[in-house]
Design a protein around this ligand. Sequence first.
Ligand SMILES: *Cc1c(COP(=O)(O)O)cnc(C)c1O
Length: 395
Amino acid sequence: MSITPLMPVYPRCAFRPVRGEHCHLIGEDGRRYLDFAAGIAVNILGHSHPGLIGAIQKQAETLMHVSNLYGSPQGEKLAQRLVDLTFADTVFFTNSGAEAVECAIKTARAYHQHAGDTQRYELITFNNAFHGRTMATISASSQDKMHKGFMPLLEGFKYVDFDDLDGARAAIGPHTAGFLVEPVQGEGGIRPASDAFMKGLRDLADANDLMLVLDEVQTGVARTGTMYAYEQYGIEPDILATAKGIGGGFPLGACLATEKAARGMQIGSHGSTYGGNPLAMAAGEAVLGAVANDEFLGHVRTTSDRLRARLEQFIGNYPELFELVRGKGLMLGVKMRQEPRAFVAHLRDNHQLLTVAAGDNTLRLVPPLVIGDAEIEEFMDKLSAGAASYAPVAA
Ligand SMILES: *Cc1c(COP(=O)(O)O)cnc(C)c1O
């Protein structure tokens, strides 16, 4: 037998974390790493946050899981909080981002099909998007590497270039049900959509009775400096998928929708055994309790400004390595002159700094949102040392 007990679908590195302390991870060998990956934009309160631990412990002792066949005071409370904080009127809880996007896709299709229009099932999605790894969500992505070996894809997705409003307009046809888009492409390289593009999609959706579905799985929950990134574009979606940060490390996601958009989602339309169970709701409450306030969001914005200014100044020292800085809030990308994986490994192995590679040659920085000046200093020290000691592989 040569297959590993853990199905070998990830290129796992030698670092084996066993403990987390605020913005650091500690490996099996006792070494400390500065964590600017945060479980890929998940641990927004950092590691071992006392409020989050306490909430989960307390709920675990009280009631961990019950069926969605029963009334849910815990779910009602968190759903109401999300409704109060956002455009949404109603919420379906999931255990992951891909499930939240799945629910969003189903909700968009059901919006039309509930009204008897069975021909409108197609979502226009965007090149280099990432929406998850289920069959529907890989079908929603144009990336061939995610499709290989899993054919046939689910029908009903049409890909056009990201941030290309004319392309999106031209793609609308008799089968179009809506648009599915990340306001800032995450895996695709921390690429923010332009204001004109997002506003344009909203206008196209309004003019053609289409659903504007936002995938805010990575951008959501204070990551970009507002609760959701759409707020910065001056638009509201019809449907939105959120996950990653919302549980602070506990598996939790949600599909948010307006009453109108959710008209096809009725008794029996959808379900999840675990989705929204009391333990997950306790984690979500603790996270939103910590981040959904002006003080926290202001902290994310000022910290972002400081980190970004430092990065922009720094990359000028290494024009052969780095091209530009982009992103929103504490979802920042440094576009490199070459594929970033070797540099990510170098920072990790030689400087105990954790970052993540993303598409379009981008070094992705998605730290815990609770970083402060001390972490920025430590980060810049490690990054500077890392750049100075890096012998780039021949471009
Ligand atoms: C991570 C991510 C997903 C998938 O989330 P999972 O929890 O891994 O299923 C979907 N969309 C976006 C934009 C993401 O960043």
